[in-house]
Ligand binder design. Sequence first.
Ligand code: FE2
Ligand code: FE2
Length: 177
Amino acid sequence: MLGLKLPSDPRWVNIAEKNLEDILSDHAFCEQKAASTAISLIVSFPEYTELVQEMIALVEEEMSHFNMVHDIILDRGFTLGRDRKDAYVSRLLQFFPKGGSRTTQLVHRLLYAALIEARSCERFRLLSEHLEDKKLAKFYRTLMISEANHYTSFFGICKTVWRSRRCGSKMGSFARL
Ligand SMILES: [Fe+2]
Ligand SMILES: [Fe+2]
């Protein structure tokens, strides 16, 4: 369903479980970056009214995820660490060509966002299925469902934008395709 070509290394969960403080901080900043991406789409493409509406809702949801992860960090006696560069995200950005029409740029930005949501969803599934800490595993199952919805949403918007480009429409209604 997620269309990822390569699965994450299954040993990743064991590494993650041994470095919970770092993983939780990285996760918190992933949520913040997801909110920042949504804000950036609003700023770059304000004329796409339905996109703006969806992104407003997404910003709120992603920041609520940030808040939840931050609470877990504090509950466990940890402190939110500094944000670190994400090599995966940098490589993904390099994959998309620069330039092109505004529609092409929007499509690339939406695909980039969809791919990040898909990978988050896959990682959260691994955590929900393999973490020994059952409370945390349950939390990741809830987030996995949210990220799957975000992936579907970005991909759906992307298809609508691409199909409506010839008639010059700023998207019509978002069919969930
Ligand atoms: Fe999220
Ligand atoms: Fe998300």
